[in-house]
Design a protein around this ligand. Structure first.
Ligand SMILES: Cc1ncc(COP(=O)(O)O)c(C=O)c1O
Length: 448
């Protein structure tokens, strides 16, 4: 399979992700007569799977271009504004450890104490004997911050998002989601039997139109959006979504993975940014792998919502292990540090504004990013984005390309996660190096 056809395949996978048609049933095709004709080695030898060929083609491309390998490189120590890889220090824009709490002494101490007190695992799911008081303390304190009635802490961010959607939405329901929603939500949609329709990014009128057309034909209607979009770095008008969902008796779910800890005057996410209560949002999802610097996820909302998720939602708590003592304690301590030191988020916001200002002044395109920790720099195409990423790596700057089909062909970019610890000097240097490299970039060969 050529590189181009690999990419085409990836593209069709992505489009399938966004398919608005009813979900497939997952039933195998029924052959009229038993036949072995379809059973080729490509069905049972991994090295012949087309998916593997995608990987080998990408590897071939790196080798052909003599690109240094910048993926899966182990780092040592913490990873925030800088990162140490193979004895070299890089200015780091690849981490969403936004507030540098992943390597903070207080957070590490809290995790170590939890390991000393409870061990490295709880030995079962939360409802059995996997519960420790750190879980419920985190839930209580996050509710105090967000203004929600209750919350449930779970082991993974991705899984919590996917399985919350997967549990709540049924055949007779409709999911309306922003076209830029994260893959965890898309997978959540796919495991439901609900009808799903993407609406154009932040297009409130298009959403209203969909609701006017379809609301009456479905029981529950879910609207899925993010607090900060992880590719574009923009913040949707959440109060407007609240207005729309109320008008049409729908349920609003906000993914706060990249907003909590970052936006708002205390850095406490969309409720802080828009000065609203979390009780206005039906389902509020948070990840612990970003600002909290650890791993896990939670959902906050009303008592009935959380009770259902706690007792009955497979993959949230049911049929899975509980968050480890270390992860839960780290999250709790990180939350307390965030509240005690709002200057961390404010510094990040200032760094992001400075980065955007400098980039734009030098002629770079930062697209829609505003007031968040995600800043894209738009490239002409995938080849240029990849070339820039590997060459910036050579220059000691760590940032990764977002290429087609993750983003549309004409919207390929480098993505920069801004950190509270970035310095003005690092940002100035980065913008200079990007511009220097862009001047030397070869013409793309149309490989992608
Ligand atoms: C918008 C968004 N939602 C959900 C997730 C999944 O969260 P986690 O990293 O905690 O698994 C991510 C991860 O990058 C994300 O960017």
């Amino acid at each position: 399979m050529s590189f181009k056809s690999s990419i085409e395949r990836l593209r069709s996978n992505l489009l399938a992700n966004k398919d608005e048609a009813t979900a497939t049933t997952g039933q195998a095709p029924v052959a009229s007569e038993p036949s072995q004709a379809n059973v080729t080695p490509a069905c049972y030898q991994f090295e012949l799977f087309p998916e593997y060929k995608e990987y080998t083609t990408m590897k071939w491309y790196y080798e052909k271009q003599k690109f240094p390998q910048n993926l899966f490189q182990p780092h040592v120590g913490g990873s925030d504004a800088t990162v140490m890889i193979h004895d070299r220090q890089y200015i780091n824009y690849s981490t969403y450890n936004y507030l540098a709490l992943g390597f903070d002494d207080r957070v590490k101490q809290a995790a170590m104490k939890a390991v000393a007190d409870f061990g490295v695992g709880t030995g079962s799911g939360r409802s059995i004997t996997g519960e420790i008081d750190i879980h419920s303390t985190f839930e209580k304190e996050i509710c105090d911050v967000l203004g929600t009635e209750d919350a449930v802490l779970s082991v993974g961010g991705y899984s919590t998002n996917a399985f919350t959607i997967g549990y709540l939405c049924r055949n007779q329901d409709l999911i309306l989601y922003d076209e830029l929603i994260h893959n965890s939500a898309l997978i959540g949609c796919k495991i439901t039997g609900a009808r799903r329709i993407a609406f154009p990014h932040n297009d409130y009128d298009a959403l209203e139109q969909l609701l006017k057309t379809h609301r009456g034909n479905f029981e529950r209607v879910f609207i899925l959006v993010e607090g900060v979009y992880s590719m574009d770095g923009d913040i949707p008008d959440i109060p407007r979504f609240i207005e729309i969902k109320k008008k049409h008796q729908a349920l609003l779910m906000v993914d706060e993975a990249h907003s909590l800890g970052v936006i708002g005057k205390r850095g406490m996410g969309v409720t802080d940014y828009f000065n609203i209560s979390g009780s206005e949002i039906d389902i509020l999802f948070g990840s612990l792998s970003k600002s909290f610097g650890t791993c896990g996820g939670f959902v906050a909302g009303s008592k009935p919502l959380v009770a259902m998720l706690k007792y009955y939602a497979p993959g949230v708590l049911l049929y899975g292990a509980s968050p480890t003592p270390a992860n839960a304690a780290a999250a709790l301590e990180a939350l307390r540090v965030m509240l005690a030191e709002p200057e961390r988020a404010l510094r990040l916001q200032e760094n992001a504004a400075y980065f955007i200002e400098k980039a734009q002044a030098s002629g770079l395109d930062t697209y829609n990013s505003r007031n968040s920790g995600v800043v894209p720099i738009m490239m002409r195409d995938s080849e240029l984005a990849l070339w820039m990423s590997v060459h910036l790596f050579e220059d000691g700057i760590c940032t990764y390309p977002m290429m087609y089909p993750i983003v549309p062909r004409n919207k390929c970019r480098l993505r920069f996660f801004i950190n509270t610890n970035h310095t003005r000097e690092q940002i100035d240097h980065t913008i200079d190096v990007i511009n220097g490299r862009l001047k030397k970039a070869p013409k793309s060969k149309g490989i992608f």
